[in-house]
Design a protein around this ligand. Structure first.
Ligand code: ADP
Ligand code: MG
Length: 383
């Protein structure tokens, strides 16, 4: 288990200094998939798996990084930073670049990184690295970076140094998450509301398919294009519409349905998924977990059959849960084509559920299923 002490000791053994240590969590998203880049709503929560960054100042202009997961060092001079062929330093260097672009001064520093967010599983370990790095450098060099700037710096770092044109949900959830709550985030205004997550006898279980289909990036970009296309058509009659956030099913029926059946199906999913975020919030507030579970299943049906961003592994896992009344709902979480499914499972059924789902998954796909039990937790903080 990673603790403040374990990070501190490791840092001291490598860099012989006393560090500042920051923790930033990964995240789940209860519902609201592909709504973030459409300026809509999402419902994420920070989790009890996090990235830890420890830093200390240096007397020279060197950035010296050590990643525990890779047992690797990376060094570069402050005025020579650029995206590296190694992927892992980019999430850190991209943050340094963003901080410098804001005219803030950082000097040379040592940095140690460790964490227990599974990498590349759709729990946003990358956003956790960016947010932890931002706060750590802000503390170390007394930059007084405002809290709302942390996700923005993280998102820009990811765009520029990791080459992923992500929305802001992941960095926002990592920064502003709150234990026992989900965040209802308006991706347009960045206004947010905390909604209590009272699971009352139920637990959130993630099933990591351990696949990430290569098709993902191309299909993702295609969906972004299809949403833009629908907006262009709708604007011919409704010039105030900026993006899918402003669109109703009636508008799609009128302006898109007869032009392109595929674009119609895709964009109707986005509108309906947005409505499901609002519904899910109301169900959470009313303590109606059964209705919330139905929202999750409807979301997965849309992701799979309408938006077409699922895969056999995710579909199999979601279908498998339907035989158990103790599992209230399940869906694929994240951009698509693999990653984790999120499941709401009755506490006293968890062991049985895990025992029953793993063997058939292995015999069907020849891959191990990784089970991750998560609780909600607080956002980015100094330890
Ligand atoms: P996700 O954000 O869903 O976990 P990404 O592919 O966006 O998946 O980001 C994963 C990448 O982030 C890793 O491949 C690695 O480069 C970087 N990363 C995340 N956590 C760590 C860590 N603890 N140490 C070093 N690099 C990390
Ligand atoms: Mg990521």
């Amino acid at each position: 288990m990673i603790t403040r002490e374990s990070i501190q000791n490791k840092f001291k053994s490598i860099f012989k200094e006393e560090p500042i240590i920051v923790r930033s969590p990964g995240r789940i998203n209860i519902i609201g998939e592909h709504t973030d880049y459409n300026d809509g709503f999402v419902l994420p929560a920070a989790i009890d798996k996090a990235v830890y960054i420890a830093v200390s100042k240096r007397n020279d202009d060197l950035i010296s990084l050590y990643a525990e997961d890779y047992k690797a060092t990376y060094e570069v001079e402050l005025n020579r930073i650029a995206p590296s062929d190694l992927q892992w330093p980019n999430y850190i260097l991209g943050v340094v670049d963003q901080i410098q672009k804001r005219g803030l001064n950082v000097g040379g520093f040592n940095l140690y990184i460790d964490g227990d967010v599974p990498l590349g599983a759709g729990l946003s370990s990358s956003a956790a690295v960016e947010c932890a790095t931002t706060l750590a450098l802000s503390e170390l060099f007394e930059l007084h970076i405002e809290r709302l700037e942390i996700p923005k710096i993280g998102q820009m770092a990811e765009h520029t140094y990791a080459g992923v044109k992500c929305g802001i949900m992941d960095q926002f959830a990592s920064t502003f998450g709150k234990k026992d709550h989900v965040l209802k985030l308006d991706c347009r205004s960045l206004a947010y509301e905390y909604v209590p997550l009272i699971l009352d006898g139920y637990t959130i279980i993630l099933l990591n398919t351990n696949v990430k289909h290569a098709l993902g990036d191309t299909a993702y970009n295609k969906r972004v294009e299809q949403c833009k296309k629908a907006i262009d058509w709708i604007k011919e009659k409704y010039p105030d519409v900026v993006n899918m956030r402003d669109v109703s099913v009636a508008m799609l029926d009128e302006m898109v349905k007869n032009k392109d059946a595929e674009v119609y199906t895709k964009t109707r999913f986005v509108v309906e998924e947005s409505e499901r975020v609002h519904e899910a919030c109301e169900h959470l507030k009313a303590g109606n977990l059964i209705a919330l579970g139905q929202n999750l299943l409807a979301s997965h049906h849309g992701l799979s059959q309408e938006y077409e961003v699922s895969c056999d592994e995710s579909d199999y896992l979601v279908d498998f849960t339907k035989q158990f009344p103790q599992v209230l709902g399940a869906r694929q979480m994240g951009g698509g084509f693999g990653g984790c499914t999120i499941n709401i499972v009755k506490d006293d059924f968890v062991e049985q559920f895990i025992a029953q789902v793993s063997p058939p998954y292995f015999s069907k796909f020849g891959k191990e299923l990784t089970i991750i039990q998560v609780k909600t937790d607080d956002g980015t903080s100094v330890l």
